[in-house]
Ligand binder design. Sequence first.
Ligand code: ADP
Ligand code: TRP
Length: 326
Amino acid sequence: MQSTASDTKKRLLSGVKPTGRPHVGNYFGAMKQFVDLQEKYETFVMIADLHALNFIQNKDEMKTLTHELVLDYLAIGLDPKKITLFKQSSVPAHTSLTWIFDTLVTVPFMMRAHAYKDAIAKDLEPSMGLFNYPVLMASDILLYDPEIVPVGKDQKQHIEYARDIALKFNNQYEELFKLPEELIVADVETVPGTDGQKMSKSYGNTVPLFGTDEEITKAVMSITTDSKGKDEEKNPDDMVLYQIHKLFNSSEELRSQYTKGLGYGDAKKMLIKDIIDFVTPMRERRKKYEDDPKLVEEILLQGAIKANDVAMKKLQAVYGAVGLTS
Ligand code: ADP
Ligand code: TRP
């Protein structure tokens, strides 16, 4: 039989939750890698809607955010002819495998998860969904045997959980799972937000990727700066503004302008222009898909078929290995 590209290519899998508009941190930290690597790897990209249910508990909001994220993925340049784009909830094997893993992992092991510990530290009562989040994410990954999982640094622990869970299963039953590796790009592992903390939807410090010009301007104008005057020598790497700006313009020239004390007002104007120029072709692509909901539906349908095909085979092997089927 003739070998096809997907027989020889290594596999990549990742996903983002549809919990709000993607921001510059999501794009550079994770989503850009999916686009950059889609030729080299057989790429599976998920809309992690089951994970999002932990945060979005309103039908209309969930539908809108899910649709928006699909448009965002397509807008940044993921090519539906090359990759498999699918909704996590379209592939029931993710939750089925989660149950099998749930019977293997222990409660104390799960209590070490950052997200769970954070919730407890804030005196919140975490749902079972939040507690089980890393197990579902392990299933998302392990069903597809990916070689790499591109994510931002905050997801590192989740990939470690996936490896630990795979090992546990492989030791208890049989070697069914490949141990996945995270791909974290050092320069962009934690993109700072407008206030200098990690940029995050939950901190209200984001620069939206697909905001209007006004929204982008407002976000950039709110980026924190120190009180050093214009023309004073500065180290660009200490400046949140430059750390964000260099994502859009990594030239030595810009760096040297910052070093020489480029005024913050001027720098912000340049950054606004650089962001808008950067996203303009993406906005155009987004519009094309926005105007063609049937095409988007078809892309997700094809993605679901392909993902189910791969995931079901693995789930069947798991059912066999644990003795649920002969
Ligand atoms: P948020 O923290 O804004 O809710 P998500 O949890 O939805 O973001 O993250 C989606 C992807 O983007 C993950 O791979 C995550 O690691 C990455 N990511 C999120 N924020 C950043 C950031 N500030 N810098 C780098 N990567 C990030
Ligand atoms: N937990 C990831 C996030 O918050 C999203 C996600 C769900 C994911 N399943 C995944 C990422 C599988 C990589 C692989 O961003």
